[in-house]
Write a protein of this length. Structure first.
Length: 289
């Protein structure tokens, strides 16, 4: 049989197409972490995975949600460019500590109850952080941290104006301090009066922790009575503390000896030093815990 140039070219183009398809498949596997995209590609493995998911789905869903939340917060914390990569590992460790503590609260057989409570807790925390509002009891159960997945956070330029990178860094600092054994960080009871997003407990005292995305939110918190000067609480600002409110770097005692409200700026703390341990020391001084 005579081999023509057209036959050689056709075979070459077909081979290129096959190689391109295989390369695209490999890239998809690497990016998604999945060995196959269709069950027909590996029927036995697909059946086995489906059986595992049905058996452990109730336990997997809360764990998966906690991990997705941690990954998003970790990507946000990376947007704080003043913190070098070697120090950001400590913020990641702090976020992992908070994830582990949240997951540990999920008791066997109570996964659904835990999941509903966790969704409401995050929704309430974000509502206070973004709008200084208690969410409506009959409203949606869930509020998204970001509209994109974790892979899109690094290129989302609008993220820098939301206060979320500083929120993530602040949570990492609290979590890292808790991991060191200095503080116990727990979720506040959302039904308690003037409950924050978190509650920090030490051997001597405790304080509700509130987070404010910007000056407008912080002002609204004071105006609406969410926080007040005589509250035993800490207001954590993503950006600069508004001028109208006076910061108390050390604890101010009231007539009954209880701690009063303290305010701290995460962006200001991160601008002072690039060493996370030093940032935590400054944070401890500012919040007097």
């Amino acid at each position: 049989m005579r081999i023509t140039n057209k036959m050689i070219t056709t075979k070459y183009i077909r081979s290129l197409g096959t190689l391109s398809s295989d390369l695209d498949k490999l890239n998809t596997q690497i990016a998604s972490g999945r060995a196959f995209s269709k069950s027909s590609e590996n029927t036995s493995a697909a059946i086995k995975a489906s059986a595992h998911l049905r058996a452990f789905g109730r336990s997997l869903l809360p764990a998966l949600w906690c991990e997705v939340l941690r990954r998003k917060l970790n990507e946000m914390a990376k947007r704080n460019t003043t913190v070098p990569a070697v120090e950001r590992v400590k913020l990641e460790a702090g976020l992992t500590e908070l994830r582990n503590r949240a997951a540990a609260a999920c008791l066997p057989g109570q996964q659904e109850e835990f999941f509903r409570a966790a969704l409401w807790t995050v929704r309430r925390a974000l509502s206070l952080f973004r709008r200084a509002e208690e969410p409506l009891a009959h409203g949606p159960l869930y509020e998204s941290l970001t509209p994109t997945d974790s892979s899109g956070i690094a290129t989302d330029h609008s993220m820098l104006n939301t206060g979320l990178p500083e929120l993530a860094a602040g949570l990492g600092l609290f979590g890292f301090r808790a991991n060191q054994g200095g503080w116990d960080v727990v979720v506040s009871n959302p039904h308690a009066t003037k409950a924050g997003a978190l509650r920090v407990v030490t051997a001597d005292t405790s304080a509700e922790i509130f987070f404010a995305a910007n000056a407008e939110v912080a002002n609204k918190m004071f105006r609406d009575g969410i926080v007040a000067d005589d509250d035993p609480a800490v207001l954590v600002h993503s950006h600069a503390i508004p001028e109208r409110f006076t910061r108390s770097p050390r604890v101010a005692l009231g007539r009954d000896g209880s701690a009063r409200l303290r305010e701290v700026s995460i962006s200001a703390l991160l601008a002072e030093t690039q060493i996370v341990n030093d940032v935590i020391d400054r944070l401890r001084e500012e919040v007097a815990l």
